[in-house]
Design a protein around this ligand. Structure first.
Ligand SMILES: Cc1cc2nc3c(=O)[nH]c(=O)nc-3n(C[C@H](O)[C@H](O)[C@H](O)COP(=O)(O)OP(=O)(O)OC[C@H]3O[C@@H](n4cnc5c(N)ncnc54)[C@H](O)[C@@H]3O)c2cc1C
Length: 418
């Protein structure tokens, strides 16, 4: 019987298994995951689960019964130690060899660590266990320092502040999230956190950390000493490519490089695919490979790979979608901002209800919306079809984005002509 082995305990493997069964595959599916939990979604780890409003069962990729009902074998708490592409076999940490007809690597990323920043009061956030440990330390009145004002750092700061923790975030860049989403969002996020009592100290680098009897002392580049009880290091991630490297698969050379694949998710080894956060995949709309760490992309990679394993040759062209929640604010982003795009703001920066579009050759290339889910819903449809738009139209809130859809656009043109 044909056997597909899927490595990883995140949404990418779960989506692949789901897609395979929905697509009629009746061979063996084995998911091997290093963590001992059912495959789960990570976004709640810095939001609802950390805040205590979600139970673990609220964010499992599939219920436990789904795996038995669909004859998907789960090998949990077990790592794949080696891949032998020539023999089509993996070696498991429980000593078992496991043959495959196709192998899907979805080994994800791990939190980047900083030398000299470790110990019982120092946290990273990537797994359920990390979230539980950090959550148990967020006691009202205590002090949390966060290194890095990226998404994870900002989301944890928001949850901690809501739980009565005094939070300071240190960020070397001039703005939080600035590099990913631009200055408008960065400024808005700084203001939102300040209103909630969280100080984001930008342009600040923490050089070293010392443990005292009762907490931690952090020393900034300028020699200032800051005390805290707990420290979250949220300074990015490192793709888990070691397995692929040892197996001789091609891996991206740049820092943070992932397992290289073509547009169909195929690696340099026959019948070995790489998907989700770990994959550096050729992306036809950009004409180059990119690695994306978004939940929605990992799920869609899984569904796409299932179809390709079942005999289709479907390239992955979906625009990358990301969201974040901080306090009562909702951030959603679609597509990639590139240097050639012109930034156009729609809405009110002061009221924190705005969308920034990237206008590229008369088309919407990317967008980020703060508290404007409607803009995203409409622009998502527009971005999926050929359209033409000007900066003035995008900036004009009276101009309905949905009028850019082909049927509406021709009606609008005849109205103007008439
Ligand atoms: C705290 C946090 C908040 C996030 N919030 C958002 C958000 O709001 N929006 C959003 O779009 N994205 C968010 N993300 C990103 C999103 O969770 C990831 O894009 C997604 O988890 C990627 O899924 P994946 O299946 O590729 O990898 P992962 O979920 O990382 O799963 C990889 C799995 O592989 C396992 N593994 C690794 N090596 C081996 C091995 N050798 N053998 C067996 N198993 C192995 C790991 O243990 C892990 O279980 C967040 C991530 C984190 C950590």
């Amino acid at each position: 019987m044909t056997r597909f082995v899927l490595v990883g305990g995140g949404v990418a493997t779960a989506a692949t298994a789901t897609g395979l069964r929905e697509g009629g595959f009746d061979g063996e599916i084995v998911i091997v995951a290093g963590e001992s939990h059912l495959p789960y979604e990570r976004p709640p780890l810095s939001k609802e689960y950390l805040a205590g409003t979600f139970a673990v069962t609220d964010f499992q990729a599939n219920d436990e019964s789904w795996y038995s009902d669909n004859a998907v074998e789960l090998v949990l708490g077990t790592r794949v130690l080696a891949v032998s592409p020539g023999e089509r076999r993996v070696s498991l940490s429980d000593g078992r060899p496991l043959g495959y007809d196709a192998l899907v690597l979805a080994t994800g990323v791990r939190a980047r660590t900083l030398p000299g920043f470790d110990g019982d009061r120092v946290h990273a956030l990537r797994t359920l266990a990390d979230s539980e440990r950090l959550g148990s330390r967020l006691v009202a009145g205590s002090r949390l320092a966060v290194l890095g004002a990226g998404f994870v750092g900002c989301e944890v700061a928001a949850v901690a502040a809501a739980r009565g923790v005094r939070v300071t975030v240190f960020e070397p860049e001039p703005l939080p999230l600035g590099r990913a989403l631009g200055p408008e969002v960065g400024r808005a996020i700084t203001g939102i956190h300040a209103e909630n009592g969280v100080e984001i100290r930008t342009g600040q680098v923490i050089r070293s950390m010392t443990e005292t009897g009762s907490g931690l002392e952090l020393t900034t580049r300028d020699g200032e000493v800051v005390e805290c009880d707990e420290l979250l290091v949220g300074v990015g991630s490192v793709p888990n490519v070691e397995l692929a490297v040892a197996a001789g698969l091609e891996v991206g050379g740049a820092a943070g490089g992932g397992i290289l694949t073509d547009e169909f998710g195929r690696t340099s080894a026959p019948d070995v695919y790489a998907i989700g956060d770990v994959a550096e995949r050729f992306y036809p709309p950009h004409g180059r490979r990119i690695r994306v760490e978004h939940h929605d992309t990992a799920v869609k990679h899984g569904a796409n790979t299932a179809r390709n394993l079942l005999g289709e040759a479907e390239p992955f062209t979906d625009r990358h979608f990301f969201w974040s929640h901080q306090y009562d604010h909702n951030l959603q982003s679609l597509g990639r901002f590139t240097a050639e795009g012109t930034r156009v703001v729609r809405g009110s920066l002061e009221e924190r209800s705005f969308t920034v579009f990237s206008l590229v050759d008369g088309r919407i290339g990317a967008m980020v919306a703060l508290n404007r889910p409607r803009d995203l819903l409409q622009a998502r449809k527009v971005m999926a079809v050929p359209h033409e738009v000007t900066a003035d139209q995008l900036a004009d809130e009276e101009f309905p984005l949905k009028s850019l859809l082909p049927s509406k656009a021709s009606a609008r043109r005849s109205e103007v002509a008439g």
